[in-house]
Write a protein that binds this ligand. Sequence first.
Ligand code: AMP
Ligand code: MG
Length: 360
Amino acid sequence: MLAESVAADRDYPPMARSARDGFAVRASDVPGELQVIGEVRAGEKFSGEVGVGDAVEIMTGAPIPPGADAVVMVEHVTVNGSSVNVPRTLRSGENVSPQGSEARGGETLLDPGRRLGFADVALLATIGRSRVSVFRKPQVAILATGDEIVDVDETPASHQIRNSNSQSIAVQVARAGGCPRILPVARDNYASTRELVEVGLRYDLLLLSGGVSAGKYDIVERVLADLGAEFFFDRVLIQPGQPLVFGKARDKFFFGLPGNPASTMVTFEIFARAAVEILGGEKEPMLPLLWSKLTGEFRHKTGLMRFLPARVSADGAEVSPIRWHGSGDVPSQARANAFLVVEADRESWAAGDSIRVLMK
Ligand code: AMP
Ligand code: MG
């Protein structure tokens, strides 16, 4: 994530150059038969000048020789010994990239707060910036809760489940530009949860999973309240993921993500991901939403906006929901490559209707 403003070190292109292989000419001389007075290749400069009736053979990327103002493509001419016949007219500037047309020296090219993608890195290389300042990655504590949770390498008893949420959240955090730090699992009692929440609040952001529903042993909110937390919201009208807590304690933001794996994944993508990105310096966090067409008819019960596991075709044009068995169903989440975004107040869709999709 870029933390400084980056400017062009010189004009781009630094001088007018040819966009084609061909002949540099004076546009006012053509159509006509011209004298070829030399050649200029990329990486060279032509020392002479193109006078009336002259042409210089030129390669793509080579500087336009003084006097010339257009380039005729090699495919459009006939060469006869030392002369060239140009049968067509040319505009002044045709097939020429003018000096400074891409960027002016000193012009700001990149602003702070943007993630450097491959084109940005190409731009930094172009302007000779082998080092730039970037934001420190936010350290994100991941705290799973639950008496039934065992470690991934353990063999769970039939009443236990392995901790998948810490793993999915860690991948999501890393993808959002944060450094995931997985804490030990908090047990469903006050002392254990409080101890680990206090550890988690030393990081830049704390992500809890589980313990935020209305159950008797869901004590995350009580622990946070006792630590002086300010709660911004504790419920969102989406499914999966209704009980979602967002607040601030000890000057650190936290999310209490619901414990069901699908809920954890969905609420992270929609809410916590932007927080990780903003803490990492991002100015414009975005959700990768697209419009696609349903392959079959689709109905749902109105009231909540839903984010359902779905498969989108390789070109994004078509989407089919995946059969799922509720928000504990991890295999169907893994079969999906996207979430179908189902509006809360619409009941049915026909095959071929447009619907929004959140890419994973
Ligand atoms: P809770 O929000 O604590 O009531 O959790 C809801 C359900 O989510 C639990 O019954 C578990 O089945 C599941 N769950 C909670 N935490 C995890 C976790 N870390 N990994 C996988 N599943 C979890
Ligand atoms: Mg629990």
